[in-house]
Design a protein around this ligand. Structure first.
Ligand code: UGA
Length: 433
């Protein structure tokens, strides 16, 4: 069977998913991370991120002898008798102070491994990096016999394994055709269309896709506001739009604003990159401004729902994560709304099925509880901020007897308004009639 020896540097949700999935495709993979505790946990077959299917693949990969872990990139590429053929860079590229991507972690790994890579090895950049990074990495490596390829990932948190194993496309960019083909062949079992291009174009694809998605969401959030003002219903409008195959139904759900650790970062980065070459990409800037405004609109909605003043009002929050299916709080619109509610004097109790009490990352503004009825207790309003399906199945009749006022502001249009009304609640959605 066709199999390569692969090193994956960075065992975050992208790196770990990449490593475990490549092992499941039959490759021999070593995953490196500098967090010693994490490596120890992974070696014992435990995954701490909430990612369906990942732990199973991890355990299977290790049992089959195709997946192992190392505590540094250096260690990963120095396993005796197992010369690395392909090295994936899956390190974070956080947003720097200016909004541009910080390439420090990529550069650090390049320096660490440059003298250790065997001749003919291919270095693959999977992290979202500005156009030109493959070229910069090639210079940092300073090795004529090692090609650098850009192979952006399109995984969503919460469905990363599914996305990896059933991709819409594989994008591989390199100025050396043979290296690009070698990387594309790693995924050949998946049967997805492969776009082989130059490194700069491949790097651009990732930003282009994420910014397009964020614009789609800002557009739908602005449409929701317009629907409210004109007495139209955004759910029917998006359904009517979405049947158009050129538009599609996906990513048409209005919400409290889009967030997470990717869309905001990449949108800011694209703006920076454009500004760097003198292009005023006002379309993207407007998408960001619309997103900031969306949070304020949600706070206004909640303030109106509790009678016009948030000071001293007890508000129960349902959902804290940036989207359902993940415990990730980074860039969470729910937390942004909570911060503004808190600033206006509201007293907040929050429940999220993925976020345990005492979890780091939640501001002091929110008291996190582990039961939705505790979040509802004495609340002047309940606010749905994350679209966890289990919120639909809550016992709304029981909740109606613990709240102070039977008001629900549903920023995700998640709940069944009829069920809520039958339980005595007034339900306020986004852009709904
Ligand atoms: C996003 C992209 O969807 C992935 O393709 C990409 O690989 C990833 O970024 C990345 O760059 O690593 P992710 O950050 O996991 O994935 O989250 P999304 O599922 O895209 O959701 C982003 C935000 O949009 C969330 O706050 C979500 O609640 C919101 N959203 C999404 C809506 O408000 N409405 C929708 O209809 C869809």
């Amino acid at each position: 069977m066709f199999s390569r020896r692969i090193a994956v540097v960075g065992a975050g949700y992208v790196g770990l998913t990449t490593g475990a999935c490549l092992a499941s495709l039959g490759h021999s993979v070593v995953c490196a991370d500098t967090n010693v505790e994490k490596v120890k946990r992974l070696r014992s077959g435990r995954v701490t991120i909430l990612e369906p299917g990942l732990e199973k693949l991890l355990v299977e990969g290790m049992a089959a002898g195709r997946l192992e872990f190392a505590a540094s990139a250096r260690e990963a590429v120095s396993v005796p008798d197992k010369p690395v053929e392909v090295l994936f860079l899956c390190v974070p590229t956080p947003m720097g102070a200016t909004g541009a991507a910080d390439l420090g972690p990529v550069a650090a790994v390049a320096r660490e491994v440059r003298d250790l890579l065997p001749s003919g090895c291919v270095v693959v950049n999977k992290s979202t990096v500005p156009v030109g990074t493959a070229e910069a990495t090639r210079r940092l490596l300073g090795r004529k016999d090692v090609a650098v390829v850009s192979n952006p990932e399109f995984l969503r948190e919460g469905s990363a394994v599914e996305d990896f194993l059933h991709p819409d496309r594989i994008v591989v960019g390199c100025d050396a055709q043979d290296a690009a083909e070698k990387v594309a062949a790693l995924y050949s079992k998946l049967g997805a269309p492969a776009v082989l291009t130059d490194a700069a174009s491949a790097e651009m694809v990732k930003y282009a896709a994420n910014c397009f998605l964020s614009m789609k969401l800002s557009y739908v959030n602005a449409l929701a506001e317009l629907c409210e003002r004109l007495g139209a219903d955004v759910a029917d409008v998006t359904e009517g739009m979405g049947y158009d195959r050129r538009i599609g139904q996906a990513f048409l759900q209005p919400g409290p604003g889009w967030g997470g650790s990717c869309l905001p970062k990449d949108t800011h980065a694209l703006l920076q990159v454009a500004a760097g070459v003198g292009l005023d990409f006002s379309l993207v800037a407007a998408s960001l401004a619309t997103n900031d405004r969306q949070r304020t609109l949600m706070v206004d909605k909640i303030r109106t729902a509790v009678g016009g003043d948030l000071a001293g009002q007890q508000i129960g929050l349902l959902g804290l994560a940036f989207k359902a299916g993940t415990a990730d709080l980074r860039g969470s619109p729910a937390l942004a709304v909570a911060a503004e509610l808190h600033a206006q004097g509201a007293v907040l109790t929050g429940y999220d099925p993925g976020v345990p009490e005492g979890v780091p990352g939640v501001t002091d503004a929110v008291r996190v509880v582990d039961d939705p009825s505790m979040a509802a207790k004495d609340a002047a309003a309940l606010v749905v901020l994350t679209e966890w399906p289990e919120f639909r199945a809550l016992d709304w009749r029981a909740l109606s007897s613990v709240v102070a006022e039977r008001v629900v502001v549903d920023t995700r249009n998640l709940l069944d308004s009829d069920v809520l009304r039958r339980a005595g609640f007034s339900w306020i959605g986004v852009g709904r009639r």
